[in-house]
Design a protein around this ligand. Sequence first.
Ligand code: TQI
Ligand code: CA
Ligand code: ZN
Ligand code: ZN
Length: 160
Amino acid sequence: HFTFFAGNPKWPSSKYHLTYAFLPGTRSDAFSPVGRAFTRWAANTHFSFSEAQNSGNADITISFESGNHGDSSSFDGPGGTLAHAFAPRDGRFHYDADETWSVNANPNAFHLETLALHEIGHLLGLGHSSVEGAIMFPTFNLGETKGLHGDDIQGIRTLY
Ligand code: TQI
Ligand code: CA
Ligand code: ZN
Ligand code: ZN
């Protein structure tokens, strides 16, 4: 079953169109997988997303960071934490730059699109789920690919 962050933080209901931007220096092979992840969420929720050119006024920003990078949780090199995103309405989504990432399913790398689906769930207000097939289920393996599950969609519908 889905969960939310403490206090149920969410985007205002009037704000269903969110913009996202890649911070300068983001590896360009991440653009399409992240874009596909936003498209999947948009297809299954009331949200729509578009890429902003100027990260200064985007609702959501995406970047690759390494080690201590100036927020409350440092990355830890290869393994351990892979990515993180903050609860609404923060909008920051960071990938750990020290992991091996892949655009296509690859048994020896982490799948950019699958991690983006999970982290966007956090950006929209979802916590972790007890349903094994859910994108918000708190276990994720090297090489694994997943999609959205009814439990994830139900979570967003319940929160908003
Ligand atoms: N990053 C954690 C995550 O995204 C960071 C985190 C832990 C977190 N607790 C949180 C973020 C609560 C928001 C709210 O869950 S991770 C998984 C999972 C990670 C973990 O790199 O450890 C997935 C990334 F769920 F399997 F544990 C993706 Cl799917
Ligand atoms: Ca790591
Ligand atoms: Zn960070
Ligand atoms: Zn998570």
